[in-house]
Each structure stands twice: as structure tokens, then as C-alpha cells.
Design a protein around this ligand. Structure first.
Ligand SMILES: C[S@@+](CC[C@H](N)C(=O)[O-])C[C@H]1O[C@@H](n2cnc3c(N)ncnc32)[C@H](O)[C@@H]1O
Length: 388
């Protein structure tokens, strides 16, 4: 039987922020793919060529999608060379491919020099391609195939990066303030809360607007990758343009255009509010969000059951540190003035709960890049069920 190229299954790896694996796993399961493994900062799953396109376009909480090309054990550079050479690169790369090792990460392994690993892997790939393509000359003037290598306890994993520019770059945030939260982290945190599009959402420290914009995209079901390109959208060796067209069509057809949402973003800095408005226009969600310059101390809302989801200043600059107790006390006071609201705060400020004036119902540890942070949940009452 002739094997249809599009039925072929691949092992795909999605790295994410530490602490967000469960949300990412749920996203992948919802897309219909089988989870193979979940470990710190990554979820591994199985999917066909179309899964590469769909994962890149639909997933909100992963940093990138990697295609696993091979794995083996290596304690010497000879092992590494032979292991990489044994991978059928001709299955993935065309003869004119531009390929290089963009990143080599090693942990608790005999091989520890990133640059040496990068150079050996490239040599082994060239060796393999020379044999299969019967040439020693590669112009590398074709499409890009960035390789990423991970070595953990001498187990080597060699992958192709199907994404390119990290998935947190949705394409809408052209302008940002001093400490913007990553789009993938903001989306994941919103998805960790019980917020749904029919509830009010307010970010009183919205900066460049990331939380309100990501919430509006979630509410309107706008796929985060709809308006950007990916490295693998040009790959034709084991996938075709068809998978991409179908995935983009699917994403476009799922967007809700008749939805009403009450999302608000405030910040003390009027200049950053202008950026937030511009970013929301770029994302196509400005009609769902009200942005305005406002100090958190003036935060009021007469309606019950809303959500505050925010990342307040956490003392990024040393001179700001001394203002944190008063600022967090003000946040606590403003929150107390809101009837039956829930509040979700990501911060690395160790004394946040103390000055907010109340212990969080839940305190989840999340890594915001290298910064250890806390995602504090304060659960408000649920609205009464509507009468049938
Ligand atoms: C960590 S940044 C938020 C970044 C935002 N999540 C983003 O993605 O761009 C904190 C923001 O709080 C704002 N801010 C500081 N003091 C404030 C206050 N008293 N009321 C409202 N906003 C304030 C700052 O202007 C800054 O934009």
C-alpha cells in the first residue's frame, strides 16, 4: 500500500513557561492530538503534517513547536556525530536547504560545550546529506531549517524548529512599556482562571495592553497565529501548502464576530495607554476593549462578579521597591470596593499578599522568564444561575 505522505505521524515538542504545562496540555488535547509526555517546561505530542500548521496557528501558550528528528545516547563527540548522521535528514531537508544549529542546550551531561555541539551536529548533517544527495557542495540558498539540540543526562534530542520567531510574537505588539508580560504567559494565566467572555475583565495596570488583548482574542476565538508567518510554512519536503491553507481557513471560520465583551484596561501612564490602543487595533480587537489612563486608587465598578487580572509593578527598578507596600495596599483597598469580584495577580513581589491585606486562595509558582513569580488567586462569588 502506498503510504500517503500526509498521514505520516511525527513527534512534536512544545516548550512553555515552567508551571504552565497543564494549560498547554489542555490546548493540545483540545486540538485533538495525543499527548506523549509532559515534563518541566515542555509537552510532547503526536501529530501529522497538518498538526504542525495547526499547532503553530492555534496554540496560545507554547513558545514554539519543534519537530523531533531523532534521539540517541551520546557521551562523546563521536557518539554525537554518528547519532546525528544516522538521522534520515533527506526526509526533512531539500538539497538547497539553509540549515544550522540555532541552539544547543545541555544539562547534567558529559557533552557540555554548546558551540562544539553545534559545530559537530552541522558537520554530521552535511556528511549525511553528501551521501544521500551525492554532492559535497551545498549552496544553502533555499528555505530555512533551524535545528535545536537538547542533551539531558546524555540523552540527545535533535529537532527542527517549525516556528522561527517565537510564538509569543503574535504580530500585534509593535509598542511596549518597560516590563511587558509575554503574550503566551498572559494567555496561559487568563486560561488558568475561570474567566469567560460573558464576565467583566479589568486590568488596572495594563501597560501595553497584553492581558486585555489576549482576553479579547480568547473571547472572540481569534487564533494567535492568524496574522504571522512560520519557518515551516515554506517547507515542502514532508508537508505541503495545503495543510497551511486548511489550518488558516479553519482558524478564520472559528472567529466569533457577533460577540459582546466588557474588557477594560487602565494604567497611570497616558502614553502607554496610547500604545495599548494601537496594539489592540493591530490585533483587531479594539472594539472589545475600553482603554483609559487611570490610577489604581480610582478603580471602581458598580457591577458585581467581575475579574481583575493583572501584573502590577513588582519593583523592577530598585528605586520603585520602596513604593510597593503602599501600592499593594491600594490594590487591596480598590479590590475590597468591588462587589463579589475575583482577582488574579502575577507578581514577583514576595510581600504581595501581606500588603494586599489578605492571603490568596491559591498561590501558584510560575517562572516569568528567569524571574520566580507568584500567581495569586482571590476567588469571588459566582453569579447566581440564570432561571430557565
Ligand atoms: C509590570 S507593568 C504592566 C505591563 C503590562 N502587563 C504589559 O504587558 O505591558 C506595570 C504597569 O503599572 C503601571 N502603574 C504603576 N503605578 C500605577 C498606578 N498607581 N495605577 C495604575 N497603573 C500604574 C505602570 O505605568 C506600568 O505600565
Amino acid at each position: 500500500m502506498v503510504n500517503n505522505m500526509n498521514d505520516e505521524k511525527f513527534t512534536l515538542i512544545a516548550p512553555c513557561h515552567f508551571g504552565l504545562e497543564a494549560v498547554l496540555k489542555r490546548e493540545i488535547t483540545d486540538l485533538g492530538y495525543e499527548i506523549l509526555n509532559v515534563s518541566d517546561g515542555r509537552v510532547t505530542f503526536s501529530g501529522d503534517a497538518k498538526a504542525i500548521a495547526r499547532a503553530n496557528i492555534f496554540i496560545r501558550t507554547a513558545e514554539r513547536i519543534l519537530l523531533k528528528c531523532g534521539s540517541f545516547r551520546a557521551t562523546t563527540f563521536d557518539d554525537l556525530f554518528e547519532g546525528v548522521k544516522a538521522i534520515p535528514w533527506e526526509r526533512f531537508l531539500p538539497r538547497n536547504a539553509k540549515f544550522w544549529v540555532t541552539k544547543a542546550t545541555t544539562n547534567r551531561s558529559a557533552l557540555f560545550s554548546g558551540t562544539a555541539i553545534q559545530s559537530i551536529v552541522k558537520k554530521a548533517m552535511v556528511d549525511r546529506m553528501s551521501t544521500t544527495y551525492h554532492t559535497s557542495r551545498f549552496d544553502e540558498d533555499g528555505d530555512e531549517y533551524p535545528v535545536r539540540v537538547f542533551i539531558l543526562k546524555d540523552e540527545v534530542e535533535v529537532t527542527l524548529d517549525t516556528t522561527g520567531v517565537s510564538l509569543h510574537k503574535r504580530g500585534y505588539r509593535k509598542l511596549a512599556g518597560k516590563a511587558p508580560i509575554s503574550e503566551t504567559l498572559a494567555a496561559a494565566l487568563i486560561m488558568l482562571t475561570p474567566w469567560r467572555a460573558d464576565r467583566i475583565l479589568v486590568d488596572p495596570f495594563c501597560g501595553s495592553g497584553t492581558f486585555p488583548i489576549e482576553a479579547a482574542m480568547i473571547g472572540a476565538n481569534i487564533a494567535p497565529g492568524l496574522n504571522r508567518e512560520f519557518t515551516s510554512d515554506k517547507w515542502l519536503k514532508f508537508m505541503t501548502k495545503k495543510e497551511w491553507y486548511e489550518a488558516y481557513d479553519e482558524a478564520a471560520s472559528l472567529e466569533k464576530t457577533d460577540i459582546e465583551m466588557n474588557i477594560q484596561g487602565y494604567d497611570i501612564d497616558p502614553e502607554i495607554i496610547k500604545c495599548a490602543i494601537q496594539n489592540s487595533k493591530e490585533a483587531g480587537v479594539d472594539k472589545y476593549i475600553h482603554f483609559q489612563a487611570r490610577d489604581v486608587k480610582d478603580l471602581h465598578n458598580p457591577k458585581p462578579y467581575g475579574f481583575l487580572i493583572t501584573n502590577p509593578p513588582y519593583g523592577e527598578r530598585l528605586e520603585d521597591k520602596e513604593n510597593l507596600p503602599a501600592l499593594y495596599k491600594t490594590i487591596g483597598d480598590s479590590y475590597n470596593g468591588l462587589k463579589d469580584w475575583s482577582m488574579f495577580i502575577i507578581t514577583s513581589y514576595e510581600d504581595a499578599e501581606r500588603y494586599l491585606g489578605r492571603k490568596a486562595d491559591k498561590n501558584r509558582k510560575i517562572y516569568n522568564g528567569m524571574i520566580r513569580s507568584y500567581f495569586l488567586s482571590y476567588m469571588g462569588a459566582k453569579p447566581p444561575k440564570k432561571q430557565k
